[in-house]
Write a new protein. Structure first.
Length: 399
């Protein structure tokens, strides 16, 4: 079915089709319409789920942790400072290896208060042990939600589906809604390896000593370090699982592609812009303009940011003259986090060939500052001609 709706509705439909059992919700702009729509589905009997309104985002994630620990398919959503309020429980969900899915509708964080879009919220949580997926349009939102549940349940790692506040959450676009039978075929009922049950009481995630020790059964059990090592190993392996998830999705739904990257006119490009989310689609206009000027430009959008698809980035960007990273977030005291990760991925190419593409970093759209396509084109063009700045260059800054 082909419909026109906003991005939050696209996400809500995806959650409904995935038959989530428990939804924990606390309102924060701009994600609120997503959980409101889910409450409507539950109230109307269109979705068999427990909808639990809570008093804070911290509690919302606590509810999801409890539900997932009991074997339920759990979902929540948040934005900005709500995500930061969840931070303790976000770490817990990952350490407990719970396959929770959360939509993160990207918004600037305070102080000062700002309700407009950038991506500082999700980037600030990149080291919490969650998989992070980024969407560039409404079709990717609904499809990513469905893929996220399958991926999370295969690797027992929670997943954030990130999309830009207002730019995607509140705008209307056409997208295809899968049939329920297709989603049921793709995503079978959640069958956890272990779940808490009244008839089989247990303690989960009690204090873990630094070294290995015997468990209650007298068998040697992992210490804290081993548990964290295994999370890291499984995060890296999740890239391979993501490829399987994408392949299965394409077979059932008839659409899909590269699971990690979405490229536009990159094959013969000398200069490639790299970014996350809807910004990469806006950059396609700049690419077309520069192509008309005889500049071989392309744009590469990342679908996964954690785990970082370093090998795919390496292969996509090797041999290019310059890489220009546009991002709506930064790691204070250095540069954009994505720029640093791209440089790291390209380091192996430098070691192998001694010829590393120059990486230029642009910061744009912070706190909802207007991102003018003509400005993106202007600085993209300038970066192809010379290094604009060694430090990250802030587009649209007015001091």
């Amino acid at each position: 079915m082909h419909i026109i709706e906003n991005g939050n509705v696209a996400a809500a439909i995806g959650v409904r089709l995935c038959r989530a059992n428990v939804i924990a919700a606390y309102p924060i702009t701009p994600q609120t319409p997503l959980t409101e729509k889910l409450s409507e589905y539950v109230e109307a009997g269109e979705m068999k789920a427990e909808y639990i309104p809570v008093e804070s985002e911290h509690s919302a994630m606590a509810v999801c942790i409890a539900a997932s620990s009991a074997g339920a398919r759990a979902f929540t959503a948040t934005s900005a400072n709500g995500l930061l309020y969840m931070h303790e429980q976000i770490q817990w969900a990952a350490g407990a290896r719970l396959p929770i899915v959360m939509c993160l509708v990207n918004r600037a964080v305070g102080a000062p208060w700002n309700i407009w879009n950038d991506q500082q919220d999700s980037i600030s949580q990149r080291d919490t042990g969650w998989i992070q997926m980024y969407c560039a349009d409404h079709q990717q939102i609904i499809d990513s939600v469905i893929k996220a549940f399958r991926l999370a349940e295969k690797v027992s790692i929670p997943v954030m589906v990130c999309y830009d506040g207002y730019i995607l959450s509140h705008t209307y676009m056409p997208f295809d809604v899968p049939e329920e039978r297709q989603v049921d075929e793709y995503l079978p009922p959640f069958q956890p390896e272990y779940a808490l049950r009244p008839e089989d009481p247990a303690n989960l995630n009690t204090v873990t000593l630094p070294d290995v020790r015997k468990d209650v059964h007298g068998e040697m059990a992992h210490g804290y370090m081993e548990i964290r090592y295994l999370l890291q190993e499984d995060m890296r392996k999740a890239l391979n699982v993501a490829a399987e998830v994408e392949k299965s999705f394409a077979e059932i739904f008839g659409r899909g592609g590269n699971p990690y990257l979405e490229d536009y006119r990159c094959d013969d490009a000398d200069f490639v812009a790299v970014g996350l989310g809807s910004l990469t689609y806006q950059l396609r206009v700049s690419v077309d303009t520069l192509r008309k000027e005889g500049i071989k430009a392309g744009v590469l959008g990342l679908r996964y940011y954690r785990p970082f698809p370093d090998e795919a980035i390496f292969n996509a960007l090797k041999g290019k003259k310059k890489v220009i990273v546009f991002e709506k977030a930064l790691s204070y005291g250095y540069e954009g986090a994505l720029a640093s990760d791209v440089k790291s991925a390209l380091y192996e190419y430098l070691a192998a060939t001694g010829n590393l593409p120059v990486v230029q970093n642009f910061i744009t759209g912070i706190g909802g500052r207007e991102i003018r396509t003509e400005d993106l084109t202007k600085y993209f063009r300038a970066a192809t001609q010379s290094r604009v700045s060694k430090e990250p260059f802030w587009i649209g800054l007015k001091l």
